[in-house]
Write a protein that binds this ligand. Structure first.
Ligand SMILES: Cc1ncc(COP(=O)(O)O)c(C=O)c1O
Length: 345
């Protein structure tokens, strides 16, 4: 039985177990429906088994060695991946502008971070891709155990992960790809190539672009390493089964014909917006991220104009450009509004 279904099954026993609310009390009324399905690991319900099966099905969807559901964001996936393949004292190569969880993961593993700087595009103010020859340079000189690369970047810049993986293989280093912003990639040929079948470990946030609840995420593994011992070191022993069930439903939707169609429709709509709105310029490798600039004004001025004059809040801004994030849930009404506003710039 799926995890989603199991949560609605009535237990066959009277439970004197955690959680004490017993799916009936709802102290915080707006979450009443959530209390109803907030179950624990009881013998008669056994959600762990349903979770195991859901993760096995996820493995088949993504064609991975393992796919683990995370309820503490990509942050927990990066930490678990680093802990799984790095020993105390090992060197880990990361970009200096990486998300703080990369540095924290290295610290928690008792490893040492070696950093390199990404080039910043002078016209757009965004960090560019990780160059394979930079990785080769470091791996040839230092005894590096693990490499972490963020692709896509926050702004949708893609690195050549296939080339980087072959360099890592040449030097017997593990490759972790932070694909936190690319959870849609496995489900459309019109999106950049996902790392899930390339890197040793790939981490994706479902909550960023894939319509998931905060802070749902996935840790994919392609090598024969069990990530559970690492996760068990810092994850709760009482996970939220409603959140875990939402992950099961989320990836089934992404993999469905309807979900794939929704992703492709979004890409088509955004392509049209790009071709129609001639007053601004567009950049980036990921068609779901609307990275724009308007000649003559700074990214910060553009961001302020969008916010104050048009009631639009962007995801991220720099001196040169600003980025509006789209994904599952960016409906036609929002896209109409975006087109209307961008056509005025
Ligand atoms: C590139 C990158 N990696 C990892 C994370 C952490 O993701 P989460 O919020 O799912 O823990 C973020 C969050 O913004 C991010 O931008």
């Amino acid at each position: 039985m799926s995890l989603v279904k199991l949560l609605y099954e009535k237990p066959e026993k009277t439970l004197f177990t955690t959680p004490s609310h017993g799916q009936k009390l709802a102290i915080y009324e707006p979450l009443r429906e959530m209390y109803k399905i907030d179950i624990s690991e009881t013998e008669c319900q056994d959600p762990q088994e349903a979770l195991e099966r859901a993760q096995l099905r996820a493995r088949a969807i993504y064609h991975t060695y393992s796919t683990t559901f995370l309820t503490n964001g990509s942050t927990s996936g990066i930490i678990a991946a680093v802990l799984s393949c790095t020993q105390v004292g090992d060197k880990v190569l990361i970009a200096s502008n990486s998300h703080p969880c990369h540095f924290n993961a290295v610290r928690l593993a008792g490893a040492r971070a070696l950093t390199y700087d990404l080039e910043i595009d002078p016209e757009w103010g965004v960090p560019l891709e990780t160059k394979p020859d930079v990785i080769d340079y470091y791996l040839s000189r230092y005894n590096i155990r693990t490499v972490i690369v963020t692709s896509p970047s926050y702004e949708g810049i893609i690195s050549d992960i296939e080339e980087i993986k072959s360099i890592c293989e040449k030097h017997s280093a593990f490759l972790i790809i932070d694909e936190a912003h690319g959870a849609l990639y496995p489900f459309s040929d019109n999106l950049p190539l996902s790392a899930v079948n390339i890197a040793d470990f790939t981490v994706q946030s479902l909550h960023k672009t894939a319509g998931g609840l905060n802070p749902t995420a996935l840790l994919h593994c392609n090598c024969e390493i069990d990530v559970k011992p690492a996760l068990n070191m810092f994850m709760t022993t009482s996970p939220s089964y409603p959140l875990l069930a939402s992950i099961e439903a989320n990836i089934n939707y992404l993999d469905s014909r309807e979900g794939r169609k929704e992703i492709d429709n979004l890409i088509i709509r955004l392509d049209k917006i790009r071709s129609k709105c001639r007053g601004c310029e567009f950049f980036g490798d990921d068609p779901t991220k609307v990275l724009i600039r308007v000649p003559g004004i700074s990214g910060f001025e553009l961001s302020e104009m969008l916010y104050e004059d048009f009631g639009i809040e962007d995801e991220r801004t720099n001196e040169k450009s600003t980025m509006l994030l789209c994904g599952l849930g960016t409906d036609n009404k929002k896209l109409d509004r975006l087109q209307h506003v961008l056509s005025k710039l």
